[in-house]
Design a protein around this ligand. Sequence first.
Ligand code: LLP
Length: 418
Amino acid sequence: MMTNFFQERNGTLYAEEVALPDIAERFGTPCYVYSRAALTAAAHEFHTALDGTVDLVCYAVKANGNLAILNLLARLGCGFDIVSGGELARVLAAGGDPAKTVFSGVGKTVAEMEAALHAGILCFNVESAAELSALAATAARLGKVAPVSFRVNPDVDAKTHPYISTGLKENKFGVSFDEAQMLYRQAAALSSLRVTGVDMHIGSQITELAPYREAAEKLLQLVKALEADGIVLEHIDIGGGLGVRYRDEQPIPLTVFAQMLRDVFAGRSERLFMEPGRRLVADAGVLLTRILYLKPGASKNFAVVDAAMTDLIRPVLYEAWHPVWAVTKNAAGNEKIWDIVGPVCESSDFLAQARPLALREGDLLAVGVAGAYAMVMGSNYNARPRACEVMVDGDEITMIRAREKIEKLWESEQILQK
Ligand code: LLP
């Protein structure tokens, strides 16, 4: 299934008004291609469906941190969810608003806390008692007051892949409900901290509403218990995790999600925040790659392409299924069942397995739904430079990240002098 922004016309795949072979010609492959219209539509959908319900959509930078994408989303009204000093620096470099930025993550360093306090972020999503002490001490030393929210772990099963499930008590994330109340009391008593909210994040690629509802209801109970204790919160952040369709999943409609929030939080005055990553960017990108060699065999047919697990690791890491489309229809060719593999020296280097496609050497393929957790998880294994990224806007193409230069790979390395 293609999307509105990546469509076939006369046998060729287009990104908006641009034919993908033109991009391959001009920028080479492998190359990530994004659609500005798709990003804009996704942000609009969030803002429209959640209007009057969710006050701030904090885009999870980890899903795709390219400055052009961050800048676009900032201009479309998004705040940001960051998990490192590096992501904070990216948000600032892209013109994002620190006052709309929340800082999540289990392992914030003191240097990262300092940078975030200097930038004036909206709040720290604190994940442990130890982190709370470090934050309190850091803020006190700088003469600042740190806005604090606790990430609580609601212990619900988000029914997603175990590697991307985060809301069970055996996961490393958040503090337990029992612990939370005591931590809130501690935080409220410290002058270098200001308790502002509560947050959760139960997992990623979630397609069922029930775990969200269960977690949100638990969160509300905690908010009420805190209120009874004299601790009044300003915001409730329900995290990210909304799934998309890679193959045949049925994503939760945002309007349905909004209704659930209105039901659960009816009559409450706290501001609601969200931290979506994937749902904002996944559909907006494809990975364009060229077939180097075809290796038909007795037990399997391999199409060796110039993109690899270093460009897209999701298939091997999470057993993720991404659609693969032939960019130009091969009318003459016979369909065969192909594994689409990269040049990396690992059997785990595959982008897709057992796909019925009519292929020729030199053909282009597009790996779909590759706007989220794709380029950002790239690596330089096998001394492979990272792919370039381009943004299409109607019939315009802008290179938003140049292909990495080989020399860059060892730029900070040093040969021994003796
Ligand atoms: N907030 C927090 C605290 C998170 O840890 C995450 C994602 C998000 C928000 C955004 O979640 P999303 O809306 O994108 O589901 N690399 C994996 C996904 C890891 C997600 C980690 N946390 C993948 O490729 O599927």
